[in-house]
Design a protein around this ligand. Structure first.
Ligand code: SAM
Ligand code: SF4
Length: 476
């Protein structure tokens, strides 16, 4: 059997477009939706047919019910914590030509910047000074796989090297192009947390139209990346579509099919699912008007359906979306958000930042939530969420299947919430403005008294005292 045939069969196992299209024709009665919502309340992983039925709902009253159960499921699996992270763009040098991206090789107006390892450490120090503990490295892809992997490994080390007072980055995740199994092993050795990759679109014809040059033009090679990461022993993998490239319902169902394949093949689904939406990008005409726009109401629906369908995967929302929409979606399923992001290499350097603002030439795309970390922490607290800077799971080997085994019986929620409170306290002590600190301390005390069991309150007290005595990154 030729390689192409073998790949074709492999692809059919992962994404079956005919099946996705037939699922898109499904509709459901109120009674059926009520039955699915009962199942979802029991935190059961939903089959594709159920997800398709939920996605078909347009009746506002029924949608409200779906949102209500999404809120319930989110609280039951994750509790009130919302994890905060920040992207770190290290290079916009790219050999690919994705029509929607400001870093496309065809965009001749973009000045190309590849940060040195020293500059990466300096950028990280700026982020540490603001209180960040989790970084997502993002980069373009050059034509040389050796150059790529050496650079990524060096960049991860450069981030972990950065220090500010007692603070270091606790978890480095990375969003970069597909790698070979051997190169993924090098990423793992360098200590990455999650490997994240977006399929962009699961619709193969659209994929081919939008990725016109470079290695990224191979749809199957992109899908292979997740398999290769798992095969290399990276068990926290993040996936997602770039919404707005094709019909969002197709993308959600095809991604759920991809997840079923991963669960069947590797015994574990994605650690995180991202829901990025295409935004206007400098130098990309294509990105200015999506051929497949969707409303905020549809965004609420797709996030809720994902939360109900895959209750144990984290869900990430970036600053592509507005503060208002992010605040709503955090209630319906989003469990991790980025804060005060810059999407250009060197963007956290103040002297360069002004130039970026005057001429968006180096930004990958436009952002819609420019609030500072302090403002986001304040906003989460006011809504009853615990902003979390915890990365204990990774350190304590609660990754992949181990994480899922804790998430399923509801045990992860308890740990996450206590750790979120401990790391929030660290943030309040070290970085928060006075009014945020006051609100945060009051929040921790009310949570401790009103929500935690006596035994957990005692555990929390001990760790809070440790923070007062100078301990950092000391979690359960
Ligand atoms: N170059 C690598 C790749 O493409 O996989 C990784 C980094 S790329 C900078 C990260 C992601 O940015 C892409 O996967 C894509 O989904 C997203 N992106 C590109 N252009 C965008 C746009 N105009 N609006 C929103 N997101 C965009
Ligand atoms: Fe390059 Fe990634 Fe942008 Fe495509 S999305 S042009 S691969 S940086």
């Amino acid at each position: 059997m030729g390689i192409n045939n073998a790949r074709e069969i492999n692809k059919l196992k992962r994404i079956d477009e005919i099946k996705v299209n037939s699922l898109l024709k499904i509709s459901a009665s109120r009674k059926e939706i009520a039955g699915i919502l009962e199942k979802a309340k029991r935190l059961e992983r939903l089959p594709l047919e159920d997800s398709a039925k939920l996605l078909s709902v347009t009746d506002p009253a029924l949608l409200k019910k779906i949102y209500g159960v999404a809120y319930y499921v989110k609280n039951n699996v994750y509790g009130k914590r919302v994890v905060l992270f920040v992207p770190l763009y290290i290079s916009n040098v790219c050999a690919n030509s994705c029509l929607y991206c400001g870093f496309s090789s065809k965009n001749k107006s973009a000045e190309r910047i590849k940060l040195t390892f020293q500059e990466i450490t300096e950028q990280t120090e700026i982020l540490l000074k603001r209180g960040h503990k989790r970084v997502l490295i993002v980069a373009g892809e050059t034509a040389s796989s050796k150059e790529n992997i050496d650079y990524y490994v060096g960049a991860i080390e450069a981030v972990y090297r950065a220090e500010y007072k007692k603070n270091r980055i606790r978890r480095v995740n990375i969003n970069v192009a597909p790698l070979s199994i051997e190169d993924f092993k090098k990423l793992k050795e360098a200590g990455i947390g999650t490997y994240q990759i977006f399929q962009e679109t699961y619709h193969e014809e659209t994929y081919r139209k939008l990725h016109v040059a470079g290695t990224k033009s191979d749809f199957n090679n992109r899908l292979d990346a997740v398999d290769n990461a798992f095969k290399a022993g990276i068990d926290d993998v993040g996936i997602g579509p770039l919404l707005g490239l094709y019909d969002y319902r197709f993308e959600i169902l095809a991604m759920l099919m991809h997840i079923e394949y991963l669960e069947k093949t590797y015994g574990v689904g994605p650690h995180t699912i991202s829901v990025p939406r295409m935004k206007p990008a400098p130098g990309s005409k294509y990105s200015l008007n999506s051929e497949y726009p969707f409303t905020d109401e549809e965004f609420k629906k797709l996030v809720s359906v994902l939360r109900l369908s895959v209750p144990y995967s984290g869900m990430i929302m970036s600053t592509r979306e507005s503060a208002g929409l992010r605040d709503v979606l955090v209630n319906l399923g989003v469990s991790q958000i980025s804060a005060e992001s810059e999407v250009a290499p060197g963007g956290y350097e103040n002297s360069l930042k002004e130039a970026f603002n005057n001429n968006g030439g180096q930004r990958q795309f436009n952002l819609n939530d420019q609030r500072s970390l302090n403002e986001i922490v304040m906003s989460l607290l006011s809504q009853g969420f615990i902003p979390s800077f915890c990365a204990a799971c990774y350190r304590k080997n609660r990754t992949g299947g181990n994480f899922m085994d804790l998430a399923k019986p509801g045990k992860i929620k308890r740990m996450c919430n206590i750790n979120a409170l401990i790391t929030l306290k660290e943030y309040l002590e070290d970085f928060a403005e006075l009014k945020v600190k006051e609100l945060g301390c009051k929040f921790i005390e009310e949570y401790r008294r009103g929500i935690l069991s006596k035994a957990d309150a005692k555990i929390l007290d001990k760790f809070l005292m440790n923070v007062d005595n100078g301990a950092r990154d000391d979690c359960i």
